[in-house]
Design a protein around this ligand. Structure first.
Ligand SMILES: [Zn+2]
Length: 337
């Protein structure tokens, strides 16, 4: 059955040259606003013919490197600097960003688990559907800026995926490297089916994702990496003039071949991480200890590394519950793809 058109309408003209700031408007009817709308900010910068890049932050509402850097870019990018079209959406899941949460403050939806979406679904599913059926077909390349949010802290990397089409995979991987973060990653997703990544990749478009820190805030270091990376991405795919600026230290390549990279807690308690982010560890090393906070005098539960590699991500809060990811160990590799 064919889906009806998206209920979201844009207040900008995506085909007009110059710079426009507006909204993607989704009608809602809630207690606070009977005939209201979710207002998703969007900036379109177009200068003649050329590729179209879509830059998205706030897919998860508590991941501030992307949100902040794209808000900055939307007020500084000039049309005359661009070849083609740059579409900037700093707060993709606006109700989540407004709530300061990973998921929507309106319906609890996790946007990046809601693709391809549904025009007749929840608010979050309607947003996903718009990006799948309206935004992605307009684009050649997509950069979706994630970081750890409130519950994770992650080393900074550009990432792409293993794809069926080797040329599409190669072009995405080159973009993930050119983002110019200290690390580049071939990423294994725990469940890829409902990701924005998959919705874009399945249309044959180039998709680059990032992780850039976390803890529910940004730092001068993570902001500098993010802003340089966004610029590098636009230069690499021909939307901005200039040279890609790589980090001073050689970029480290990481691979996550399977689910054994994820260390997940089987206990609740207080978490002690035994390695710092970016530190190398060996198979069998104690990665973390979880302490029972309901009594003193009992030994902690130890979690050991099931593989050697680098600590790529860690749980950020010290309180941990059963099932939480407490660490991610990635392989250091000589080449990717
Ligand atoms: Zn995210």
């Amino acid at each position: 059955m064919t889906k009806r058109p998206s209920p979201i309408s844009a207040t900008v003209d995506f085909d007009a040259d110059g710079i426009q700031h507006g909204f993607l408007k989704l009608p809602i009817s809630v207690d606070e606003s009977a005939w209201g709308a979710v207002m998703i900010p969007v900036t379109v910068v177009k200068n003649g013919d050329g590729p179209t890049a879509l830059l998205t932050g706030g897919n998860h509402g508590d991941e501030y490197e992307g949100i902040t850097s794209l808000l900055k870019l939307s007020s500084s990018l000039r049309a005359e600097d661009v070849t083609g079209r740059v579409i900037i959406v700093p707060c993709m899941n606006t109700p989540a960003v407004m709530a300061g949460k990973r998921t929507s403050g309106l319906d609890g939806g996790n946007l990046n688990r809601s693709f391809p979406g549904d025009p007749d679904g929840s608010v979050t599913e309607k947003i996903a559907d718009y990006f799948t059926r309206v935004m992605t077909p307009m684009c050649d390349v997509v950069l979706d800026l994630h970081s750890g949010g409130r519950t994770l802290d992650i080393i900074p990397f550009g990432a792409s995926h293993v794809l069926d089409d080797p040329e599409q995979q190669r072009r995405a991987l080159e973009g993930a490297k050119a983002f110019g973060a200290p690390y580049a990653m071939m990423m294994f997703e725990l469940d890829a089916a409902a990701l924005f990544d998959t919705a874009v990749e399945s249309q044959g478009k180039i998709f680059v994702a990032t992780e850039l820190g976390g803890g529910g805030t940004s730092t001068p270091e993570s902001m500098a990496i993010t802003e340089r990376g966004v610029r590098n991405f636009l230069i690499h795919y021909g939307l901005l003039a200039g040279e890609v600026e790589m980090p001073a230290e050689p970029q480290v390549y990481l691979d996550m071949p399977d689910a054994s990279c994820y260390v997940q807690s089987e206990h609740s308690g207080v978490l002690e991480l035994c390695f710092a982010l970016g530190e190398r560890l060996e198979k069998g090393d104690v990665v973390a200890r979880v302490y029972d906070m309901t009594r003193s005098g009992s030994a902690p539960v130890e979690y050991r590394a099931s593989r050697s590699g680098v600590l790529a991500a860690r749980r950020h809060p010290s309180l941990v519950n059963m099932g939480d990811t407490i660490a991610v160990i990635a392989d250091i590799v000589d080449s990717l793809g």
